[in-house]
Design a protein around this ligand. Structure first.
Ligand SMILES: Nc1ncnc2c1ncn2[C@@H]1O[C@H](COP(=O)(O)OP(=O)(O)OP(=O)(O)O)[C@@H](O)[C@H]1O
Ligand SMILES: [Mg+2]
Length: 227
């Protein structure tokens, strides 16, 4: 049986207090197994980003539990939670959030440098991952010199450089034209598959979602498996 990387049990998330309370997620259960690829769909405001934040330990549920590698996020103190997240999860967002004053190589090396790896080793590993996303020749270019799709590929490399167990992506192709979106999505599917990582991606695009092993849809706070 394959290993469970992330597990959400009876998750709910409410915002603000009564009488203005809104329930965004209600009794959500999800198992992300090793090597899984899962697309999360749903209308705008249905709670997709909220769910991804909870899975990444970036937000706390109102009730229920999120486990990363069998450990409950809420049972960890902040330092352990940061460490667990930084060691095991990679994040990609709709906007790349690259640092403009650094070149592609330094942007990708940054998570390793922050975890105090030696500069030469961090850069060597970053270059290896840039190569995997096809951008080794652009290593010394700044984000402003890259296309939208290339910037997203650098952001993917930065997320993958720590060799996470799971890549969490929130509309990573939402800002790209159809062709670039397709290429970037395939890159994420292929790389996570090759490395045996799991992949959870929020997307509006059904044709992209079809490339994942599983599709889930948030409707009225509940998560449904769709075919
Ligand atoms: N911090 C917050 N305080 C109050 N309400 C919030 C907060 N964060 C999110 N919400 C509400 O929760 C609901 C779900 O938001 P969320 O961002 O998860 O939606 P989404 O499915 O990602 O939408 P989109 O497709 O537009 O990105 C929205 O109604 C939003 O206003
Ligand atoms: Mg969102």
């Amino acid at each position: 049986m394959s290993k469970t990387i992330l597990k959400a049990i009876a998750l709910s998330r409410k915002f603000s207090e009564a009488p203005n309370e809104i329930t965004v997620l209600q009794d959500v259960n999800l198992n992300v197994q090793e090597g899984d690829s899962i697309a999360i769909m749903g209308a705008s405001g249905s709670g997709k980003s909220t769910l991804l934040h909870l899975l990444g330990g970036l937000d706390s549920p109102s009730s229920g539990v999120v486990e990363l590698l069998d450990k409950d996020f809420s049972a960890m103190d902040e330092r352990d939670r940061d460490r667990a997240r930084n060691q095991s999860l990679g994040f990609v967002y709709q906007f790349h959030h690259l640092l403009q004053e650094f070149d592609a190589l330094d942007n990708v090396a940054m998570p390793l440098l922050i975890s105090r790896m030696q500069t030469s080793q961090a850069k060597a590993q970053a270059l290896e991952v840039l190569n995997k996303v096809g951008l080794e020749p652009r290593a010394l270019h700044s984000p402003s010199e890259l296309s939208g799709g290339e910037r997203q590929r650098v952001a993917i490399a930065r997320a993958l450089v720590i060799k996470p167990k799971c890549l969490l992506a929130d509309e990573p192709t939402g800002n790209l034209d159809r062709e670039a979106a397709s290429a970037v999505f395939d890159l994420m599917i292929n790389l996570t598959h090759q490395e045996g990582m799991s992949f959870v991606v929020v997307t509006h695009d059904e044709s992209l979602a079809m490339r994942c092993k599983r599709r889930l849809k948030l409707i009225s706070g509940h998560l449904h498996e769709v075919s």
